[in-house]
Design a binder for this molecule. Structure first.
Ligand code: NA7
Length: 839
């Protein structure tokens, strides 16, 4: 019963919601001896499982279980049912939240925890005339608890997400006529509901703790073995076998794990998608209806795949009709039924299975305003912003369970809920023990986390879909990827590290206390981090412990396993007359007319003047060629220790002179010549520009320097920060320098171009990577060039290492950086269009 109270009640904590997360939160807070009030809109525990009782929802057992848990621990005595939070205000002087409910109650509390669920705020029907229908209206998300008898009725179902797909076969059993209004066909696989598989039960019985621990440290919160089979390279037989097994198993994480790359690689994704479409065509007899049911506008898994029982089979029933809204959109709901562009339908009942304002809807609706009176709705107008999906700046002591920016809906919710609740409980325990009163994330930590969440999504196919993950199902909702897709395991690791580092990125205050260890918990691109982990696990010996010959042999082996890089028009090998002997080169001509002339880019590979060759940078050269539209000529200069400083730089200069003199034979437009290089190759490219300027020729249009070596000073901060653990180490850089140049020569501008005269040099594009020891010297060179009047475009490869931007086809997050490089190269020249060759 809600009774207006004149004196506000006081609690340590108010929790909104009594579903899985609210119940477990209550249990843990009680253990800490904190006073708690749970406010729940519904008349009972259960959350999602209380509300979603549509036909086919597998909810009764789960709801029963939650009731059992609540009763066993006597939880209901701290829960107020039928009480909805209508507003929450942070009282800064009191350092408390003031909560009001729809019953007029006011409650004060130190901590306010939103356990309001991710799919709990139904989307209001955004269809013209929705209020006009005179018959029965039902929402799958608010299905009457006493059930609905649709026997003999003419029924419409609008929506073919999970709720529609699960309820349609059962509604079809009762209805005399059923019309399904489908806007977007969805991927669905048979659920094969029944007893849990014997092997899983055995594993649980053998060692329950091990099973649960494996779930906690898995990607999706379900302990499965992630495959390493790639869709592109698997044989047809393997593809078929893996797909059929997943189809038979009927589990979401199985069908999402047919290939390791189906979530990131369109070609691999399409193999799975097409196999599902084949299944649909084999089930549905009418080919036209089958085709209309085949999803084709999004990659498989980028919208939540559905699990069904006899869904596609339903369309073979004579009284079931599919209305394809792509062909005949709804014009209006009328008093009698639904009018589309082509037809008028009469119904006795309309069922809306139109989904939810997911992940943010319930949080925003509860009208919380933080320290400066700014509401969550205002703060999140352009999309949610959280730290770890748990808290948000400006809202002290305000926690969200499974909020945006946490794995939540992409994972086994219960596993994610437990992790969140345990983390919050640990945090509050720590605050109590340390005598602290408030906790709030910093702006820096929050911005860093938001960036990481988006970085994780950006390497997948997810952002391409109009899904509720992207907020795309609610008109006007900002298009932002809402959950964290980096994995339950990676997420748990990040949360644990934050706590272990004294609550990194949080400001904590208490009487006489104001502490903050500010920082960003994840700055590295997620795929770069994966490559580092993979390399660490492979246990490669540090290159600097090897001889030059052994290091070269090792790199040759690893190069063989790489993807080849993009197709280009033509690749030819040749030799250049160098200052002392021939230098091999490889020429990459862009696709397109072969006879036209193009701008010419002389490219020099990386490898610390010791390693590398025409093969080592082959994928990168292809990529540069394809992106820039220029002819790229990769030159293999002489290497140390066999031939030391300044041979590499002199070779590079000679190659540039030769290319200028022979531009037309190379397919280059005379006078449109740029240089490019990566690492030590960027060093010799930069030196070649200085030598060309000194020798008054040839004219160089631009210099692209990717993570260049431009100085021998190894004391800059980037050496301290990144000198170990990111592939190019301080020790390896020292090894390179020792092989290449005597200490006395290392200040020579032909070894350290930063020390040269920089006036009159060609315009530059310099790429620096965050986790590169050479980062700061690259920035220093850019600044010095600018000071000398040279136009510079400085490209920051955010979250990258010295090598990762060059890993074409491996590190997906490098592609946008290389797109920028390609644009810079094109801008060096008046036009990248092939020019007619008039001899
Ligand atoms: P979903 O998955 O959001 O599905 C809603 C469906 O309703 C989907 O097919 C929508 O088409 C359709 N829809 C929504 N608005 C309209 C309008 N205005 N006109 C026509 N069709 C519309 O919600 P569910 O409840 O099925 O499932 C939610 C989650 O619960 C599910 O993903 C699982 O995680 C469990 P659209 O695709 O937007 O074109």
């Amino acid at each position: 019963m809600n009774k207006p109270a004149s004196v506000p009640e006081q609690f340590d904590v108010v929790v909104a919601g009594a579903g899985f997360s609210g119940l477990y939160m209550l249990y843990r807070l009680r253990q800490l001896g904190l006073s708690v009030k749970v406010l729940e809109s519904a008349g009972d525990v259960g959350g999602t499982w209380y509300w979603n009782r549509y036909p086919g929802a597998r909810q009764p057992e789960i709801l029963e279980y939650l009731r059992f848990v609540a009763d066993r621990h006597g939880l209901p005595s701290d829960i107020e049912f039928s009480a909805t939070v209508t507003s929450a205000r942070w009282d800064e002087p009191e350092k408390r939240w003031r909560i009001t409910t729809d019953g007029g109650q006011e409650i004060r509390c130190r901590y306010y925890i939103m356990a309001t669920g991710c799919l709990s705020m139904p989307k209001s029907p955004d269809i013209e005339g929705a209020g006009r229908f005179a018959g029965q209206v039902y929402f799958t998300s608010r299905w009457p608890h006493e059930g609905v008898d649709l026997t003999g009725q003419r029924v419409a179902v609008i929506g073919t997400g999970s709720s529609g797909i699960q309820s349609i076969p059962l509604i079809a059993r009762q209805a005399s006529q059923l019309a399904v209004f489908q806007r977007t066909p969805n991927f669905s696989i048979p659920a094969h509901n029944g007893p849990a598989p014997a092997d899983r039960l055995e594993r649980l019985a053998e060692d329950r703790d091990e099973y649960r621990d494996a779930a906690r440290w898995s990607r999706g919160g379900v302990p499965i073995d992630p495959t390493d089979i790639l869709g592109g390279t698997a044989s047809e037989a393997v593809r078929r076998e893996r797909f059929e097994a997943a189809w038979e198993q009927g589990e979401l994480f199985g069908i999402l794990n047919v290939f390791a790359d189906q979530g990131v690689n369109p070609a691999a994704n399409d193999i799975v998608a097409e196999m599902i479409r084949e299944k649909i065509r084999s089930i549905v007899t009418d080919p036209g209806i089958a085709e209309a049911l085949c999803p084709k506008d999004h990659y498989f898994g980028t919208k939540r795949p559905c699990l069904d029982t006899g869904y596609f089979e339903t369309y073979d029933l004579p009284h079931v009709q599919l209305v394809d809204l792509r062909k005949q959109p709804i014009v209006s709901i009328t008093e009698e039924g639904i009018e589309t562009a082509d037809e008028s339908f009469g119904f006795d009942a309309i069922v809306y299975a139109t989904g939810f304002d997911a992940m943010t809807g319930a949080l925003v609706a509860a009208d919380a305003a933080g320290r400066d009176g700014v509401s969550l709705k205002e703060k999140w107008a352009a999309g949610p912003s959280t730290y770890l999906g748990l808290m948000t700046t400006g809202f002290p002591n305000f926690f969200m369970l499974t909020g945006p920016g946490s794995p939540s809906v992409l994972s086994n919710m219960t596993v994610s809920i437990e992790q969140h609740v345990d983390w919050v409980a640990g945090c509050l325990e720590n605050m109590r023990d340390e005598g602290l009163e408030t906790i709030e994330p910093t702006a820096l930590a929050e911005a860093g986390w938001n960036q990481h969440v988006q970085d994780c999504a950006a390497i997948t196919l997810h952002p391409t879909a109009n899904s509720w993950y992207m907020g795309a199902n609610v008109p006007g909702k900002p298009r932002v990827f809402l959950p964290y897709i980096g994995g339950v395991n990676a997420y748990r690791q990040a949360c644990d590290e934050v706590a272990a580092q004294g609550y990194l990125g949080f400001r904590l205050t208490g009487p006489g206390e104001d502490r903050c260890r500010d920082g960003v918990i994840r700055r590295m691109q997620p795929d770069v981090a994966m490559v580092l982990e993979f390399m660490a696990a492979a246990g490669m010996p540090p290159l600097e412990t090897l001889s030059a010959a052994d290091a070269r042999a090792l790199l040759a082996v690893t190069a063989e396993a790489r993807p080849p890089g993009p197709e280009v028009g033509e690749v030819t090998d040749g030799v250049i007359p160098g200052p002392s002997g021939h230098l091999p080169y490889r020429l990459y001509r862009p696709a397109g007319p072969s006879e036209g002339l193009r701008p010419l880019v002389m490219y020099f590979h990386g490898g610390g003047w010791v390693l590398g060759n025409l093969d080592s940078d082959d994928p990168l050269c292809r990529d540069l060629c394809a992106r820039s539209g220029a002819v790229v000529v990769s030159v293999n200069y002489r290497h140390a220790p066999e031939v030391r400083f300044p041979a590499a730089a002199l070779d590079a200069f000679a190659a540039v002179q030769w290319a200028d003199a022979n531009a037309i034979e190379l397919g280059g437009i005379p006078g449109q010549l740029a240089v490019a290089g990566w690492s030590a190759g960027a060093n010799v490219a930069a030196v070649a520009c200085q030598l060309a300027r000194g020798a008054e020729g040839p004219h160089i249009s631009g210099q692209l320097l990717v993570c260049p070596v431009v100085d021998s000073d190894m004391t800059r901060p980037s050496y301290t920060e990144n000198g170990d653990g990111y592939i190019l180490t301080t020790a390896l850089m020292r090894w390179f320098w020792d092989h290449y140049a005597d200490p006395a020569d290392r200040g020579d501008p032909r070894a350290a171009p930063l020390h040269g005269n920089l006036e009159g040099l060609p315009e530059a594009c310099i790429v620096t990577a965050d986790f590169d020891p050479l980062r700061d010297e690259g920035v220093a060179y850019a600044r010095a060039l600018e000071a000398a009047g040279v136009p510079v475009r400085l490209v920051r490869a955010r979250g990258h290492t010295h090598t990762s931007v060059t890993m074409v086809g491996v590190v997906i997050s490098g592609a946008p950086v290389r797109a920028e490089i390609g644009e810079a190269l094109r801008n060096f020249f008046p036009s990248a269009e092939p020019q007619e060759h008039v001899s």
